[in-house]
Each structure stands twice: as C-alpha cells, then as structure tokens.
Design a protein around this ligand. Structure first.
Ligand code: G3P
Ligand code: CA
Length: 361
C-alpha cells in the first residue's frame, strides 16, 4: 500500500539528517483538544469545547469552513451531512454528489440544524462512527460560529484565570477559493479582531494546503500586520486531502511526497513554525512492543526549529496501535521515545493527566 511505501521513504530519507535537535523542553509539551472533548460530546459543539476547557489542555482546536453568506463556522467537514440533520431539514439542497455543502447554506439556515455524534450511512441507515461515544441525536447541539467559540474560550480565560489557546485549521482553502471565497483572509481577520496577531499570541494556525500556507505567510499576514505561528499539516498524496485546479478547471491531488523527501522539512520551515503529521508518519506501524521504529520525521523537523504535533490520539476500542499497551503507553512512546512536542487528542483529560503524572504540568 502506498502509505507503507511512503513511511519507508520517510525513514530512509529523514534519518540521514544531521543531529542537533530543537524540541520543546519537557515542561512545555502540549495537549491540543482535538475538536474539543470530542471523545465525550459531539465534536466541535460549544459544550464539547467547554468540557475540553475544564480539562485544562493547552489549546482547543477549531476546524473552520465558510457559509454562503461569508460567515465562518466550526465544522470538521466542508459538508454538513455527517454531523447534522441537514438531509431531513433541507432534503432538496444536496449537490449532484449527494453531499450537503456548508458553503451552499446561510448561517441562519445552518443554525436551524441539530448537531449529533458523527455517523455514516450504511444500507440506508445512520451508523455511529464511534459507537462507544455519546449517543446519536441525544439532546440538542448547534453549529457554532468561529467568533462564538473564541468568545467562549476568552470568556473562560477571564472567569477561570487560565490562558488556554486556540488552534484553528483553515479547511480546504483550495475548495473555498475555487468557490470564490477567501477563507484564509476571513480567518485572519477574525484572529486579528480578537487580538491574535503575533508569534506571542496564544494561537497556532494550521492548514493542510502548503500553497495557502505560503500565501498566508508571504502575502496575507504582512498585508494585515500579523505574524502568528503557522503549522503545516502533513497528509499522504493519495488521501486527496488537498486538490489543485489545472487550467481546465479539473481538480488534481496535490503531491505531498516532497515533504517526506530529503530537504522537505527545510522547505516547510521557511513558512511554518511546526508540522502536524499523522501518527504513523512519526512512529512506524511496523513497530512492535519493545521495538519502536521512528521514521526520523521529528528529528528532521526539530533540526529546522519546528515543533511537531501529531494527530489523532484516541482511546476508543481498536484505536491503540499494536505496538502500545494502552493509551498512556502510546502517549509515552510519542512524548518520550519519539520526542514530539504535543499531541492532538479527542481525550484531553487523559493526555493532561498523563503529563501531570510525569510532573510536567
Ligand atoms: O488538524 C489536526 C488534525 O485535526 C487533522 O486531522 O482531519 O481531524 O482535521 P482532521
Ligand atoms: Ca483539524
């Protein structure tokens, strides 16, 4: 499988890098609440973010997409159909591919929807993605705007006296721009309005789209008098995570292969303060208990002064890799053996608890 071949390529090319590593001191290792406390409440709802906040992570993540009326909402997909009742409320509004695109709906329309624990459709029925999690359609949750979520986090920072940061991801900027929407400029404007303007601000801004990351770094932030920390998310080309439109308007997958080749991290570091890899890009899935095989990605990124925050650490049944005994062992392997600087997790209480047990918080 291509993913396995590329993992081997990472190991062979990145391991050749020289040896002076810059990583966060142990006391600075961070926890990012992935889509909030999404292991316990429906992802990206304000209750899931408030619950995450109470667990005291360092950052809370927002995936951001744009609506028809140019508002920013916090949703993982640029579709509404995996986590809302859009198909029941607006049955005639799907595109030809059967999906309900957030960009085709106004904010007042999206606010009419109920949010639930994520599901897939199998044989015409809704099947919960994580069956051990919060029950589908229980209680009533809404899609928050980006501003609503920032205001809640900043409000809690005031009332509780913590200083928890935000970690927004600009979702599919290539898609939004093709649809005529400059989502990156809109996200930066909101960040600036709420005081996130410099490297010292408590924010990491992330995207999978390298071309857009360069544009943010070279054009948008200088024009807006901003310079916040940027993170390049890493994908494999065959995930089709990022697309590029050719001259005929056809979307082709963006090739991530160069990022895993020799010199890849050096090029990324010209624009980014950190990288967000998938876990197997850091610890090979060929690892076994007692024989952890590192790909060399962390070392290569640290040599370029970048932090490494892999995704996604989940405690659900079947989500612990075979090389780890349990969730804490997986964290130990990543924080200590692989020396990552932080993790994205759906279970922020467990990662905060792990770091506390090591005297690091
Ligand atoms: O942004 C880090 C991680 O969240 C990337 O994966 O698909 O959950 O956004 P995804
Ligand atoms: Ca994300």
């Amino acid at each position: 499988m291509k993913k396995i071949c590329l993992a081997a390529a990472i190991a062979s090319t990145l391991l050749a890098a020289p040896a002076f590593a810059q990583s966060a001191p142990d006391s600075d290792k961070i926890v990012v609440a992935h889509r909030g406390a999404s292991g316990y409440l429906p992802e990206h709802t304000l209750p899931a973010k408030a619950m995450a906040y109470a667990m005291k992570p360092d950052y809370i993540e927002q995936d951001v997409v744009m609506t028809k009326d140019d508002r920013l909402v916090v949703l993982h997909d640029h579709y509404l159909d995996r986590v809302t009742n859009v198909a029941q409320v607006f049955p005639d509004r799907a595109r030809e591919d059967g999906r309900y695109y957030a960009i085709d709906f106004t904010l007042p329309e999206i606010k009419q929807l109920s949010v639930t624990e994520g599901f897939n459709i199998k044989d015409g029925k809704q099947v919960q993605g994580f069956p051990e999690r919060y029950p589908m359609w229980q209680s009533d949750f809404k899609v928050p705007t980006f501003e609503e979520e920032i205001e809640m986090i900043q409000g809690l920072n005031k009332s509780l006296g913590y200083d928890i940061g935000i970690y927004p991801e600009i979702k599919a900027p290539w898609f939004h721009r093709h649809e005529g929407k400059d989502i990156s400029k809109a996200v930066l404007k909101v960040l600036k309005d709420y005081g996130y303007i410099s490297k010292d601000s408590n924010v990491f801004l992330q995207t999978f789209d390298f071309n857009e990351l360069k544009r943010i770094h070279d054009e948008l932030m200088p024009a807006m008098g901003m310079d916040v920390k940027l993170v390049q998310l890493l994908a494999y080309t065959d995930w089709n995570e990022t697309m590029v439109y050719d001259g005929k308007g056809l979307a082709q997958p963006y090739s991530y292969d160069w990022m895993f080749a020799k010199g890849g991290m050096e090029k990324v570091a010209k624009y980014a303060d950190g990288v967000g890899p998938w876990k197997p890009m850091v610890v090979s899935d060929k690892s076994t208990k007692g024989n952890i095989k590192l790909t060399g990605l962390v070392k290569a990124a640290h040599e370029q002064g970048m932090q490494v925050h892999p995704y996604t650490f989940r405690a659900d049944t079947g989500r612990i890799p075979a090389y780890a005994n349990d969730f804490n062992d997986m964290l130990d392997i990543f924080y200590n053996t692989a020396n990552v600087d932080g993790v994205f997790t759906d279970f922020p209480d467990k990662a905060v608890g792990y770091l506390s047990s090591k005297g690091r918080k």
